[in-house]
Design a protein around this ligand. Structure first.
Ligand code: PGA
Length: 303
């Protein structure tokens, strides 16, 4: 047999519709073109596949048998196509990641390492606060999100992958920075530069003070961790930030972490996506990559 896949597709269309005219319409071909394809196929096989009784056409026994095989062939070709797309996906797909502002620096590093392993993929990274991330998840605008624990009751798949300790920062010459142990009471007397409403860090710090029954005096409100660090450095108050936002500031001694009782506030980072969302191969590969890289890192929380 010397068949083409096109002939099989035409045969299937005619076998489904049991009409050359309708098959021609569904294939966007002329009716003579369809008849011609079937004629060639029958000559090739050496048996009639259709018979005409009155105005109607029917499958012959050979046509029925051939129909079963052609369905299997089509199924396999579709399956092969899906697998090829999946393979193409990891090599050449697109990845849309959204991360909490606080996760920005380590998430960018993870993405850079992932991109080195998958050179032809296109990555889009959006950085926003917790509220923005929840909105993006609700409107299905993103594949994967890195954020603090989302609220219960949403249809989200969540996987914790790394610790996220929140610490109190101060300029090195601050009186509390000189103490070995700062009791919680002393923090009540301080003013804190805080993140904007809708920030996960802000929610966590407010909840922490409320749970401990302590008053929290807030000063300036800032929409980024960078701005908080600069404000603290400039002496505008203390700050509470994730350890993941601090690196150079500690190394260069521009800021210090205060040894406050009950700190750090222990949070975690989560990989989040909509439950039931069909993650693309690249997204799945990225998820595995994040879980693996953070698992392999013995000092979780210092990535
Ligand atoms: P952020 O952090 O919104 O303060 O940037 C995210 C989170 O901790 O959920």
């Amino acid at each position: 047999m010397n068949l083409t896949f096109r002939q099989i597709q035409v045969f299937q269309a005619v076998a489904r519709a049991l009409s050359y005219t309708q098959a021609a319409q569904s294939l966007h071909l002329s009716q003579p073109a369809v008849s011609m394809q079937i004629k060639q196929l029958e000559e090739n096989i050496g048996l009639p596949l259709f018979e005409q009784l009155g105005k109607k056409i029917y499958l012959t026994d050979a046509g029925q048998e051939f129909s079963n095989y052609s369905n299997q062939i089509s199924h396999l070709v579709r399956e092969a196509d899906e697998v090829m797309q999946q393979l193409k996906g990891v090599q050449m797909g697109r990845l849309a990641v959204s991360v909490a502002s606080t996760a920005n620096s380590f998430a960018t590093r993870l993405l850079a390492d992932f991109a080195k392993q998958h050179e032809n993929i296109t990555i889009s990274l959006d950085v926003t606060n917790r509220r923005g991330l929840l909105d993006q998840l609700a409107s299905n605008e993103t594949d994967i999100v890195i954020m603090g624990k989302p609220p219960e009751g949403l249809d989200l798949a969540i996987e914790p992958f790394m610790d996220n300790p929140l610490v109190v920062i101060a300029p090195p010459d601050h009186p509390l920075a000189q103490l070995d142990r700062v009791p919680m009471d002393s923090l009540q007397k301080e003013t804190f530069v805080v993140r904007e409403q809708g920030s996960g860090t802000r929610i966590a710090m407010e909840r922490f003070f409320a749970e401990k029954g302590l008053g929290l005096t807030t000063g300036m409100e800032m929409t980024s961790n960078e701005a908080i660090k600069q404000a603290v450095e400039a002496g505008l108050g203390l700050g509470i930030v994730s350890i993941h936002t601090l690196e150079l500031e500690l190394e260069t001694n521009r800021l210090v972490v205060i040894n406050a009782a009950n700190f750090p506030i222990l949070r975690h980072w989560y990989l989040v996506h909509r439950e039931g969302k069909r993650l693309s191969p690249v997204s799945l590969a990225f998820r595995d990559f994040v879980l693996q890289s953070t698992n392999e890192n013995p000092a979780k929380g210092s990535l």
